[in-house]
Write a protein of this length. Sequence first.
Lengths: 527, 715
Amino acid sequence: MSGAVTISGLAPGGEDSTRDILKIAIMAVGGQGGGVLTDWIIELAERNGYRAQATSVAGVAQRTGATIYYIEMAPDTGREPVFALSAAAGDVDIVIAAELMEAGRAVLRGFVTPDRTTLIASSHRILAVSEKIVPGDGSRDGWEVLSRVNEASKRLVAFDMERPAVEAGTVISASLFGAVSGSGVLPFAKHAFEEVIRAGGRGIEPSLAAFEACHRQAEAAEAVGIGPRPEKTVARPFERVAKGPAALVGQWTGLERRVADLPEAARPLILAGLRKVVDFQDVSYGAEYLDLIDRAARLDADEYGWRFTLVAAKHVANAMAYDDVIRVADLKTRRARGRRIRDEMGADGNTVLGVTEFLHPRMAEICGMLPWRLGQWIEARPGLFAWLDRRISRGRFVRSDTVFGYLMLWILASVRPWRRGLLRHKVEHAHRTEWFERALLIREEDYALGVEILECRRLIKGYSDTRDRGMSKFDRVLSALEHLEGRDDAADWLRRLREAALLDEKGGALDSALEAIRAERLDRAAE
Amino acid sequence: MAERSFAAEVEKLKMGEGEVFRGEGILAITKALLECGVGYVGGYQGAPISHLMDVLADAQPILSELGVHFEASASEAAATAMLAASVHYPIRGAATFKGTVGVNVASDALANLASGGVTGGALIIIGEDYGEGSSIMQERSHAFAMKSQVWELDPRPNLPSIVKAVKDGFELSEASNTPVILQVRIRCCHVHGRFTASDNQKPAMSVADALENPRRDTGRIVLPPASYAHEQEKVAKRMPAAQAFVRERKLNEFFGPADGKVGIILQGGMYNAVIRALQRLGLADLYGESSVPLYVMNVTYPLVDGEILDFCADKDAVLMVEEGQPNYLEQAVGAILHKAGAKVTLTGKGPLPLAGELTGAIMLEGCRSFLAAHAPHLLNDKDRAPNLESSPATGSKLAETVPMRPPGFCTGCPERPIFAATKLVQQELGEHHIASDIGCHLFSIMPPFELGATTMGFGLGPASASAFNAPDAKRRSISFIGDGGFWHNGLTTSIGNAVYNRNDGVIVVVDNHYSAATGGQDLMSSRAGNVSKSTNHPIAEAVKGIGVKWVRQIDRTYDVGRMAATLKEALTTPETGPKVIVASSECMLNRQRRERPLQAKAIGNGERVIKPRFGVDEDICTGDHACMRLSGCPSLSVKKLDDPLRDDPVAHIDQSCVGCGNCGEVAVAAKLCPSFYRADRVHNPTGFDRFLARLRSRVIGWLQARREARRLVFE
């Protein structure tokens, strides 16, 4: 290298001179205490012979948006180093991510690189709005991100850091601070971390508790690694014992014996469906359920993995246990529900807890509770129906922990024995029968298509308008059957239609998929 | 009451000579103002300078002791107009606001101030909201400095340099009778660092002294013929004075070897990023000693021709590092070099991108490619010709999986029910043209609401809908405006304009009692008492005062049913003229910050306190997520049940719920489902509470036992 002028002995093109700087980026969601964690790390560095600089991006992202804090520190030599103000792709030593997707975002932005970055990430999920509003299951594949960030980082320390914070009654910043300490990635001893928390002044004990829990887990996390992808396990229905009057228990045992004759692979699911149906109405309703399942199983075979029977067991049970006023009132007045609320609210036996139900029954629901002839008579007179609806349909805030409020719901639930004579049951029974018979019929020529018809039942959920929309999607999807029958890929098309229907509320994606079928069918006809 | 306490920061303002001040850049500026004997300070909040306003708002004792007048100005225009106090009187004044949106609003006052010039130092601290973390259009405030001949400082982003820039700024202003802009970027405002403080100074002349012996000079007022003289003064007297001051006081800095074949000219604010690039190329050490000659422009307007020509004299090529577009400085330096016949090659936007933030990776590649082209011997082999690393394989699949996470309404926000109601009304009456404004309510444009077609700036929501004034149209426009935008200018710009022009649209004033988006500063209609400001001026009164006939005040926005009914009535009433709905409920962030400690104390000493929290009956919820599409509250999420009969996750409310009631009210108003319940936990229940609870649980328990005895129960 001739002719170059150098100052202070710096050979041109020497090595990167920032090796002594420790570069830390914190990726958090606004409101997770990222600022507190940043201040702690700065305090930790400055108390232990380091010079440190931190920047934050306080601004609109603070309102539940993705935000980033950046810290640089270097041993204090008396002179002021020149620190960078923001993280540079490919040049970050430690990335702390306060949520799993934010760890993914850090990789996407190039802050996590396999050659040098230790990634300390909480594996818990804060669902983004876009994941929550999808009618189906919109949550993104967490394990996909976990495995990708594992590949993209030199070292990964990942576990759920939210739960220890919630259990200690503090914010995740304390857990993250503990994980950083436990991972040994900063040149400071554990007690130095703890001194910083104690100097903080607010909520010290809860912070120390979360810190301690995550410090230990971080030390162990290294060996554990992320493990294999958890395969999509169908929840095992756990064994339940039927209690009640001797006569009823006797009849129930009779039903259980009938289940024993059904295909072994489907028995647990059928038993779960049977319990739901009997719990919904009574034992003879359970017998009716088993009659349907018998017909489903008769033409089914082991070579199909009993898929038709399994899918029938689930969807027929859901179709028979429809969400009417009686079921809602029954579920809300049970002892088990009261216990569950107390658990969820973290209240023990003698905590005084008022419970208010937020209800809005419309005339349609009330009409469904009437004997079917009277109900149909009213529904046939829109003027009368609307007049009644104006009087009945309003928000009702019922204190179900008071005797009067509870009694109202209890009385509504006591109509259960006469349910079969009511309008709602007549409508549901007709719809369920037509759907199930159609599936049985089509199954004979196209087994897979029969299964998909049963699966379409998943579209019907929700109450009032949401349920009506679900019904319309169900009808629209099945309307494609006339175009699809006879084709060998019919089942696959029906599945895709159903998944499109689950993508958005109004079924825009569904309409375009239906359009694709009609257009494609026209072309085939034209050939 | 601001979103967080600034008591600790206020204490630091008292520091004296030799003490080490540790904190954020924006707070160092605040301390520097007091050290420079400022007489008055005004401004309008907005990231990244909000903390300056928050600290001074809490520092009344120190300010009154020093005789310093502080105002939370009604707008950036008001803050800049206040600098008129420095025209005739030797009082130093400062105004602070966000750039470029704040500078846009202030530019009229700034132009008038700059024309006549100032006697006392006038410093305008602009927080340039550019690059990551910014919430506004990406522009540069530099244009205003050139337009009005106002000088602009862009110091190196470390606390000592920023504090020095405040002192230099006042002196430069006084030496050239010209207002001076101190421009600091987001991360410069929020960089944690330290500097050695000096004693605070009382202003030489206080505003009170000025009042007692007024001065005037027609020659300083912008009216012909003086206005023409001002223009000549600017170019003939003030600019040369400024350039001389900058050169003599060495405000711009030179680093690295005195001579060399290549060099880099950079804005002061880019110093750390350029040094970091050189460090990574091995051309600068840890402390910033550079092998490449650097000319650091801490004063980016006016340019000092002599310094530029001297720096470039012996160089073959020079890189101009300038962030954002257009490249004012590259053009100006180019003109200076061309006029002087200099042969050096000037480059800038080429190795550096035409627009956008100069991030670490971009700065490294820019410097590397410049040096590779013009001084390859300075680079080692790896940097001279780096092999393009393949894009990380993890990129593609990950990009599809990681969801966007834009900002949104906080847990329990009172604005969420307003937009849930709007969405319900549109489901009934069809889509309407909706004009949005600036503030937290602008988050309505994001899922799950997606309401709002345009935003034209702060307080301009209804004004931006004024074209849609077609009485024969079957639908009316809806426009939103926040209480912040309303008091900033919206009262006249938007409401007054609608009244005068007989606009028939519906205007919803989203009143959360604070300027909430910027950190909860008080404003005219804040319900909290304030030591130094007059609050509690109802928006509804102001709206009626300016001539609106149809006005509705809603004091609990969580009542979704009433919100929807009122909005529907406004959209359908035969009455003409603007219909204004004032939807008021306190920002939940500020309310929690105030109430939670009070509640904890009350519970602590045995008072009866009821704490509500919401929940969902998981066996009644069918997993249709209709409630999510009308809420989006962070505490309302979904949870997978380990029930083989269920396909979709069900709604679930976590422990962060503050019990505001929006999800329950929405479920009722939109007739969604009966799954929501509110659990009111009674802390320190009275004897009667306990008696009643025992009685109820006995009766209810009996009813439950009776029913369970007659049916099968599966446990």
